[in-house]
Design a protein around this ligand. Structure first.
Ligand code: AGP
Length: 372
């Protein structure tokens, strides 16, 4: 009913709007007065967390994209090797696991059969399983050794939005917590990032306030057949997520690429007026990546692409090459997906509406996939 949708036309719009609160709720009570993380709810003893020599993340769809981003955070802040695998592929390749492996299963519903089978396989090998889940008491957390709940609240729309942002927050918390208990050379950075995380919900809010031009742009592209998405570093999984949203909702051909891969094939797809969304990393700090992606934007534009550039406020280098420029607030590099994903959600939702599609219930899809 209209009341359930809180005055919005679709649950998806309501859930996109709820993201600042969902992010804040997922952080609530997990940062102590001294700015350190308290994750006692992860009942894996600290001495075991110190012995972990490998992290393996399993998940499907959007949750898998959260896992891809988590890998960057975990490896950077903990120096523990981390693999991310589609849950549906995992147990069929005889993965190398033992008692010192930590397996993280990410799932909004907690009922996804592929993810459940992957975690059962991991436990059979003696690995500890930590679930990152949005649904209290669901099967995946019940069968795991530990759980970190995301506090997104119920997500009704088939396309995952607020669950994704809170999965990212939970992944950052796990990465930072592992870094904290293991003591790495990144101690100061970890403290600074925890501080930045505690402000990030306000940044997500600011992005939401500036989405009208994105909706307008989406409507103008309603008759296109293809949209490509490019990113580097954590922007690459964001590109994959943007493409998945568009497939699910707008039923358009959409693909995400690592921008560095363009020259190895995908650049052949670029033709006159093809919309290409580019997620640009911050020009601060990792400026090498930034410069490379600016060249990528130039290359595709020279071949006719219509460039839709998502870039940090104050990034002037992209301006000459952006046919459409979407601004996001400056964040630490690893946290950028929390703000960069939001315009892509709005874009896909508006395109679906413009094409007359059923936003909350896309064809052929179910909210939770309980078959393998
Ligand atoms: C996301 O928009 C999708 N509907 C889908 O990819 C989803 O993320 C996937 O099926 C995993 O679901 P889960 O998080 O409930 O395990």
């Amino acid at each position: 009913s209209a009341a359930e949708k809180g005055g919005y036309d679709y649950f998806m719009l309501k859930e996109i709007a709820e993201q600042p609160k969902a992010v804040a709720d997922t952080l609530l009570g997990r940062i102590d007065a001294s700015g350190l993380l308290t994750l006692d709810e992860v009942r894996i003893p600290v001495h075991e967390l110190r012995e972990i020599d490998k992290v393996v993340i399993v998940a499907c769809g959007t949750a898998f994209h959260a896992g891809l981003i988590a890998k960057y955070a975990i490896e950077h802040w903990t120096r523990i090797p981390c693999e991310v695998e589609l849950a549906s592929e995992f147990r069929y390749r005889d993965p190398i696991l033992d008692t010192r492996s930590l397996v993280i299963a990410i799932s909004q519903s907690g009922e996804t059969m592929d993810t459940l089978m992957a975690l059962r396989h991991a436990r059979e090998q003696g690995s500890k399983v930590l679930a990152i889940c949005n649904t209290n008491g669901s099967t995946i957390p019940r069968e795991s050794d530990a759980v970190l709940y995301t506090h997104a609240g119920p997500e009704v729309a088939v396309a995952s939005t607020k669950a994704f942002l809170t999965q990212l927050v939970a992944c950052y918390l796990v990465a930072l917590y592992l870094g904290q208990v293991r003591g790495t050379k990144w101690g100061d950075e970890i403290l600074a990032v925890i501080r930045d995380l505690s402000h990030i919900s306000g940044e997500v809010e600011r992005v939401l306030e500036t989405m009208e031009p994105v909706r307008e742009l989406a409507r103008s592209l309603a008759d296109k057949n293809t949209v490509l998405f490019l990113g580097r570093h954590v922007g690459y999984p964001v590109a994959l997520e943007g493409a998945l949203k568009l497939k699910e909702l707008a039923y358009m051909h959409a693909e995400g690429f690592a921008a560095g891969e363009l020259k190895h094939g995908p650049i052949a797809l670029i033709e006159e007026d093809l919309p290409v969304v580019v997620v640009v990393p911050s020009p601060r700090g990792r400026s090498v990546l930034h410069d490379k992606i600016v060249s990528n934007i130039q290359e595709i534009r020279a071949r006719g692409a219509r460039t839709i550039v998502i870039a940090e406020e104050g990034d002037e280098a992209v301006v000459p090459y952006a046919d459409h420029l979407i601004r996001i607030p400056a964040t630490p590099t690893l946290l950028q997906p929390l703000v960069a994903t939001v315009p892509l959600q709005v874009f896909a939702c508006e395109l679906a509406t413009a094409r007359g599609n059923e936003v909350d219930q896309p064809r052929n899809l179910a909210k939770s996939v309980t078959v393998e």
